[in-house]
Design a protein around this ligand. Sequence first.
Ligand code: SF4
Ligand code: SF4
Length: 336
Amino acid sequence: MEALLYQKKDNKKVICNLCSHRCVIPSGKAGICNVRINNNGTLYTLVYGRTIASHVDPVEKKPLYHFFPGSMAYSIATPGCNFHCIFCQNCDISQLTDKNFLTAGRKANPEQIVSDAIRSGCTSIAYTYTEPTIFFEYTFDTARLATENGLKNIYVSNGYMTYEMLDMIHPYLDAVNIDLKAFRDKTYRHFTGAKLQPVLDNLKKIKQLGIWLEVTSLIIPGVNDDPAEISDMAAFVSDELGSDVPWHISRFFPSYKMKEVPPTPVETLLSAKETGLKAGLYYVYVGNVLSANDSCTKCPQCGSLLIERTGFGVSHNFIKKSHCPDCGTHVSGKGL
Ligand code: SF4
Ligand code: SF4
């Protein structure tokens, strides 16, 4: 299928404006993501209508803790990614060694995805596991149809899209979780192959567009666990995005090209949580650890328990019409 968001240039070159790499692609070549190919001066997406993963997940698994808590999200991915993170936990589908994207996964058109989501009782469709930006055309058609059918749409993303792409998708996008993977440009370039600034700019733009936003930071020993860097990250989320943006601090486990690095010590995660709270954030969660206390939601005003979670499940939700039942403080989010 012909791609959206690109321009034709001289000598049958094209420039792809889907993500901040803005690849200039000669005829016969693919972009950094490997799933957009220039065929004789026309850019094509190779992954439209092909899902390599589809599961019914609790929305808490995205993670989104302030968006229709306890609901299910029909979660899909196509192969490929515009990042090449050496710690990727889904590298088997994001960094395919077999580049035959036209046959990877199973065929599923937007109508099928929406009907599967409705049939399985989901509240939303999540575009996740790999990177929704690189299967934008597929998400765009599916999200429009999902909206018409009363479903919500969620992106779980590395945040490297362009403003042009956000402007197109935002009327159909209800919630986003963006990975803020580090707060040093050098770290971004070395470990992901991308730059930090576009991610920061997009986080602000998503907030301005009024899409519900939560942020996740995977803390990796020796990569981004320096207390000063964590403090800078927390200050950015609090000062530039808002105190009510939930921040998920996630535990790293050895994977892909970082199998020699040990899991993040729990003390590092708890210290990062303290840093987030000190920076003024209302909702800081610790993920990938078995601790009910660090995954529950408490009222930022009076400290009352608002949502109790066990694993990815919601065991109790005490919120009354988006307010704390004890002191009446408003709780940010959607569908609370
Ligand atoms: S989506 Fe990004 S990585 Fe892929 S071709 Fe377009 S600009 Fe390049
Ligand atoms: S952005 Fe996500 S899916 Fe893509 S390589 Fe990095 S960790 Fe993997």
